[in-house]
Design a protein around this ligand. Sequence first.
Ligand code: GDP
Ligand code: MG
Ligand code: ZN
Length: 316
Amino acid sequence: MRRPSPAGERAPARARGVVAASHGRQLLVRVDGESDLLRQAVARGRRSDCCVGDRVELTLIGDTQAAIESVEPRRNCLRRSDAGRTKLLAANIDQAAIVLAGEPLFSEELLVRVLAAAAVEQVSVLIIAGKTDVADAHARIEPRLRLYESLGYPVLRLSAKAQPQTSIETLQGSLAGRCTLLLGQSGMGKSTLVNLLIPEAEMATQAISEALSSGRHTTTFCRMFDRGTHLPAGAALIDSPGFQLFGLAHLSASQLMHALPDIAPWLGHCRFGNCQHRDEPGCAVRAAMDDGALDARRHALYLRMLEDTLQTGRPY
Ligand SMILES: Nc1nc2c(ncn2[C@@H]2O[C@H](COP(=O)(O)OP(=O)(O)O)[C@@H](O)[C@H]2O)c(=O)[nH]1
Ligand SMILES: [Mg+2]
Ligand SMILES: [Zn+2]
C-alpha cells in the first residue's frame, strides 16, 4: 500500500528540454515550456557525453537546476577527435557553417576537415567567407572559394564591417528555418557575425558565462541562440569556440574517402580494392589528379586526413 509522502515532499518533476549551452561537463538546459530560463544541469552517472542541441529527459531540481536522466536519439552529431579523445560539438543540427577569411589566412586543412566530418554525419554545410572589404586578402582566397563552389559547397561572401545590412540579409536567407552550427578558427570574424545577428549575444554570453562559471573566457563554450534581433523566426544559431585542431580519428578511412566529393566518384575504379590512393599502381584517384580532374592540394589534404583515420588501427 502506498503511504502518503511526508509533508513538503513532492514527487520529482520530470520534463524534457534541450541542451542550450555547454562548457565541458557543465551544461545549461532549456526546459520545454520554460522559454526564458536556462537551468544548470548535471548528467547522472558516468554518461557525460551530451552536447548542445541534444534533446534530453530531465528531473527538475528546485527552480534553477535539473538532472539529465537520458539523451534522446540524435539525428546527427558533429564530432572531432584530438589527442585520443572524441568531442561532441553539437547534435540535431541542420547545417554547419564555417566562417573563414583571407586575413588572417584561413587554414584550408581545417576547412576540409570540418567538411569531411559534416559529410559523414550527413549535415549540410555552408562556407561563409567574411571580411571581403579586405580586398587584397580576399582576392587571394577567391580561387580556392571557386574550387569549393565547383565541388558543390555553397559559399556566402560578406563583410560584417563594411556592409552590415547586406550581410544580415545574406545570412538570414541561409539561416531561416534551420538550426545552424557556426564554426571557425579564431580570428576569422565569427563573433562579429554572431553579434551582428544577435546584438543581445554579448549580454547572454555574460549570463551564461557566469552560470557556467567559465570566468572571463567567454568563447570557451558552445551556446544556442533561438532568438535574436536579426535571427529569422524558427532559426537557431549555435556558436562554438574557435579551434586550431580538428582531428578525424573517429572516422574510418572508407568514411573519409566517401566524404570527399572529388575523390568519391573514383572509388571502386582502382586496380586494388584496398587502394588508399597514395601512389599505388592503377589508382584511379591518382590518375584523376594527373589528368587535372582532382586538385593536387585537395589530394595532399586527403592524405593528411587519412593519417588520422589510420591511427586508431580501425579496419579499412
Ligand atoms: N576588415 C574587417 N575586419 C573584420 C570583419 N569582421 C571581423 N573583423 C575583425 O577581425 C577580428 C576578429 O574578429 P572576431 O569576430 O573576434 O573573430 P573570431 O575570433 O572568429 O570570433 C577583429 O579584429 C574584427 O574586428 C570584417 O568584415 N572586415
Ligand atoms: Mg570569437
Ligand atoms: Zn586508388
